[in-house]
Design a protein around this ligand. Sequence first.
Ligand code: NAD
Length: 733
Amino acid sequence: MKHFTLDIDKDGIALITFNSPDVSMNVLSSAVLDEIGQWAQTIANDDAIKGAVITSGKDNAFCAGADLSGLGSIFSEAEKLSHDERNALLYKEFTVIHTNFRKLETCGKPIAAAINGLALGGGLEITLACHYRIAACDNAKLKLGLPEAMVGVLPGGGGTQRLPRLIGAMNAFDLMMQGKMISADKALALGVIHETAPTSELIEKAKAWVKANPDAKQPWDQEKFKIPGGGPYHPAGAQTFMGVAPMIRKNTYGNYPAQRYILSCVYEGLQVGIDAGLRIECRYFTCLMQRPESRNMIRSIFLSKQALDKAGARPEGQSKGAIKKIAVIGAGFMGAGVAYVSAMAGVDVALVDVDQDAAIKGKAFAQKELTKRVGYKKMDQAKADAILARITPTTDYAALADVDLVVEAVFENRELKAKITKMAEEHMQKTAVFGSNTSTLPITGLAEASARPENFIGIHFFSPVHKMMLVELIVGKQTSDYAISRALDFVTKIRKTPIVVSDTRGFYANRCVMRYIEQGMALLSEGVLPALIENAARMAGMPVGPLSLQDEVAIDLGYKILKQTEDDLGPEAIAGPTAPIIRAMIEKYDRKGRKNAKGFYDYSDDGKKRLWPELGQFAVDGVLAEDEQPTPAYIKERILYAQAIEAARCMAEGIVQDPREADVGSILGWGFAPYTGGALSYIDTIGADTFVKRADELAASSGAAYVVPDLLREMAKNGETFYGRFGKEKKAA
Ligand code: NAD
């Protein structure tokens, strides 16, 4: 065997160690599953073996789950087949895990899992097929969970059947629907595991249990087994199912089939024996895996994100380098956040501001966040102190002498940024990279102040920095591959997801999200009820409605941009329905958004908000009568199409060049409906031809936001997809 070793001790207990070669984390691949089948058979057949303990040979981790990257080859084979043949092939492939796990739990000998670290998805499911589970109590990184639904999948290794039979449907739903990951203590309290112990005692205790329980059987294989909390037709159990169905609808608006399928697996599976239940799970799994939502989510949220997190966008010929110390200039809202996340990742930070008090105030943000973590028991005080000690507030630019990189986060002012660039470069080493966190100013222009424009790049964080996972790296005309590579070193070091974007107004994410906000106002001007706009947007899968988002971003910011554009390009450049609304909100009503507690919403002191009742005045021809209001499906289409078309324009203009970056950027940057797999996957799934036809209709009825770029028209003509045309290797459009 390649992935497991098997050592039999003097008592006849086999220690099976999961330790896949050449990888830091064990995952369940088809080769691994085959080997599980082999050793399960050996345990069953070899009389010298009295029982077994399974553990992992990796430090701190047991198994991270299924190897999702390996699914590609199964699907490429399946795609060539007819509908029925495809289902049969996939079902056969996906049922191997059940056959082998079942072999394990019915081998007639006791099997215990000694869980030394993280066990997620298939990693936890293999332990659920053991008779006893004991987990390390001294490993803070140990997390147990079935997070499959987060990437649009269901726990397909028996999780939907074994977990509810173990801890009841209610608790199992709680873990599976939201992909919650829990600590060993929580798992013990819930009954997911039986015992906890220090890592050094795990094997010994697991073996002692095996020795003491020669006749171990799974609860569900015992006569008179009863489902904890009752099954679907038990008076108590029925309550759970009645509650869960509407809850899923409320949380997913029907956009995420995985949650619905999990419900069906549990509901149907608990009415039959375990073997039939596993067949039911496998059928739903087969069906789910062929749905576009799952395939797109696996691709973008899991595979592409993982690739980008490992600096997948690094230019050829550049290699990975260390980032030990950075300087952040400007210790305000953004700078303080950058300093905090950098220190958390082990980077030393010189936090520079105009005066020492401002710099100290920036550091106080890190202190506040770290205190919270200690309070929530997510970190001990000593670690928090060590992290905080990495941030040195200062006004002295001499601190820049040994930094690898600078993040400039001073006010959004070209002259000020130019001054800071010059001052910083006087002290920085020639190999250090200067990154500006500007949100609007073109990088090429800012780089004019630099003596080393090849080392000048945009590092665009989103707010709040410690919560938002995306960072756009903006490449100016003279930015070198070296600077991109160093910026990638930094962003990956602080565990954020980088995308590489060309220099343009609004870069990528802000440019696309603007189309979302604009469509909210466009619909308002067309007489659509504001509550319908906001609710339909959430039904489309957006995290907040467009009017609410404009309030958060601040309406006066929109007003400033409007004025600036008018100054730069003349009043005729301001067309469309948004300008009069924004103008009136600021000039007539002083409604700036959440910041002054009045915007499209009224904000009350108790934290509640309500749509401003006067919004009807912005309907140009009056608010539409109730029976003339559009359907939520139409609004959903309007807002998703407008954003996706802008993303397609960005591809057409080469602003983003890799569909993976465009998709991941759309989900992490502005929350584009995650079930679609991102803005370009949305178009690919609809099909360029159908998409363009519908966009043309929308352009005729609703304006320029729906005019597709020539690229999309060409793709429609050739029957192409973004991934087909631009896939993996980056090509300019
Ligand atoms: P902020 O006003 O909170 O902070 C700016 C900081 O710069 C202040 O602490 C100020 O004292 C400091 N500063 C001013 N002049 C300085 C100088 N000469 N030397 C050193 N420090 C100086 O602003 P912010 O919201 O943190 O924005 C900073 C930058 O980040 C801007 O370019 C902004 O466009 C960009 N940005 C902001 C957001 C956001 O949501 N706020 C998002 C992305 C990017």
